[in-house]
Design a protein around this ligand. Structure first.
Ligand code: FAD
Length: 459
């Protein structure tokens, strides 16, 4: 007899899961129903900054697979349909068609929670004024583009300086705006240590972006016509024709919480290695709504990234389809850019290491992207953390021009296999003058860390 899987959420995790399950089981064996409250499926939110900035031509370029393509593969996709309630003991979900208002229950044999994350939007005065935009969905991206194209203004304020904030700063620069970035922390990119944040801030300032740190936003001031006019903080005011919010996200687990499914310290669902919700054999969860095991610190963390979401979807689909696959955890690798500055990180920051009681040494080095004599060579800063005494690699952060960012993958692999910095130095990496100096900058940092660990041990 055919089983039914209900998937809630039709983007990266949900549609990857549905597609993989369909590869393993045909429609006679498995009915797949996906509820998606939005207008689109399988789109790249990651591409929104580049679409807004004009580097990607059209919204449809960001859509990997359309609803019609999914339906052609026997996936019963219900767009503009929101799931309102989970009845876990009764194995059913209550849904509402957002166009017609019709509501009903649908039973399931298996359930996949792929509800993503909710952007943080503090209840500040003026936050809903015309001209204030989030950038979570394609609809958000379109609304921002409409504002930029219809509004003759020239001043933009980005609130929040995480990776989405800095990518949006770049997009607005490409659009010809004067950009101010207002941030609660001392330096941009709090996923880096502050001393690396300084490198990012200085580079951004060099691009003409005004970067305001240690600022608490108190509201958005509006003009008589209701449109945004300025962002106010406790001690200043920044004129704005458009405001973009990049204040981070929290796991979208309201349904799961109400259904008393297990949540971790950051409010994300807790799963086993096969992405099954802990204690529930027939419920899977993945992507931005779950917490993942940090392989370096051994703790659960909420790290909302598309790389994880797609892998989770694949693993969930395998489980739903009767196969077995696991997701071992993450080392916390991320890469982004603002104009020609590439910024990357993996592993632990100093404060993460301290939080789990790890003792460490740090080194920070300046090197170049190519051999010093080769045209186009550019400076690169690498910071590395290694555990005291053992020399185990704990984390790496990189900022530099072309070719800097993806070097983080060397460190991600080294972290995954728990290398010491001494073992890293021996890595046989490729070299030719157009690609790197003879000692790659990551290895220069590792070499310096070997000395630092030895010095520290002697002391
Ligand atoms: C601007 C931006 C840039 C990014 N850049 C990068 C990047 O460069 N690299 C990277 O790795 N990651 C990036 N990300 C993060 C990445 O997009 C997410 O991690 C990924 O989309 C998460 O996939 P998901 O399927 O878990 O959640 P989502 O993509 O959020 O999908 C969840 C879906 O569930 C639907 N949904 C929620 N609740 C319900 C309900 N009750 N009923 C029906 N439907 C529901 C939502 O409408 C949504 O479509 C970026 C994100 C943004 C916003």
């Amino acid at each position: 007899m055919s089983e039914r899987v209900v998937v809630i959420g039709g983007d990266a995790t949900g549609m990857s899961a549905a597609s993989q399950a369909r590869r393993l089981k045909n429609a006679g064996e498995l009915e797949i129903v996906v509820f998606e409250r939005g207008h689109y499926t399988s789109y790249s939110a990651c591409g929104i900054p580049y679409w807004v900035g004009g580097e990607v031509g059209a919204r449809d370029d960001l859509i990997a697979r359309t609803p019609a393509e999914h339906r052609a593969r026997d996936i019963d996709l219900r767009l503009r349909t929101e799931v309102l309630e989970l009845d876990v003991p009764g194995q059913r979900v209550r849904w509402r068609d957002l166009e017609s208002g019709a509501e009903s229950w649908l039973s399931y044999d298996k359930l996949v929670l792929a509800t993503g994350a909710t952007p943080i939007r503090p209840p500040l005065p003026g936050i809903d004024a015309p001209g204030v935009h989030g950038v979570q969905t394609l609809d958000d991206g379109q609304a921002l583009i409409d504002t930029l194209e219809s509004n003759p203004g020239r001043r933009a304020v980005v609130v929040g300086a995480g990776y989405i904030g800095v990518e949006m700063a770049e997009a607005l620069i490409h659009r010809g705006y004067q950009v101010t970035m207002v941030n609660r922390g001392p330096e941009p990119m709090s996923t880096l240590d502050p001393d690396m944040g300084v490198v990012v801030r200085k580079a951004m300032e060099g691009m003409g972006i005004k970067v305001i740190g240690d600022a608490e936003v108190t509201g958005i001031r509006t003009a008589a016509d209701g449109r945004v006019e300025a962002v106010t903080t406790t001690d200043a005011e920044y004129p704005a024709d458009v405001v973009v919010l990049g204040l981070g996200v929290r796991p979208n687990t309201d349904l799961a919480r109400a259904a008393e499914l297990p949540l971790g310290p950051a409010g994300g669902l807790v799963t086993d290695l096969a992405m099954r919700v802990r204690g529930h054999e027939n419920i899977w969860a993945g992507g931005d709504c779950v917490e993942v095991l940090d392989l370096v610190s051994g703790t659960l963390r909420h790290i909302p990234l598309g790389t994880h979401a797609n892998k989770h979807g694949q693993i969930i689909g395998s489980g739903v389809g009767g196969d077995y696959a696991t997701f071992p955890g993450v080392v916390g690798t991320a890469v982004s850019k603002v104009c020609d500055l590439e910024v990357a990180r993996t592993g632990l920051r100093e404060k993460d290491a301290r939080a789990v009681g790890l003792q460490y040494v740090t080194v920070m080095i300046e090197s170049t992207s190519r051999s010093g004599y080769y045209p186009g060579t550019a400076p690169m800063t690498v910071k590395l953390l290694a555990e005291r005494r053992t020399g185990r690699l704990l984390g790496v952060q990189i900022a530099g021009r072309e070719g800097a960012g993806k070097r983080i993958d060397i460190a991600a692999v080294a972290l995954t296999v728990r290398m010491t910095v001494e073992q890293m130095v021996a890595l046989d990496l490729g070299y030719a003058p157009p690609f790197s100096p003879v000692w790659d900058p990551v290895l220069v940092a590792a070499r310096k860390a070997v000395s630092a660990v030895r010095r520290d041990s002697r002391a």
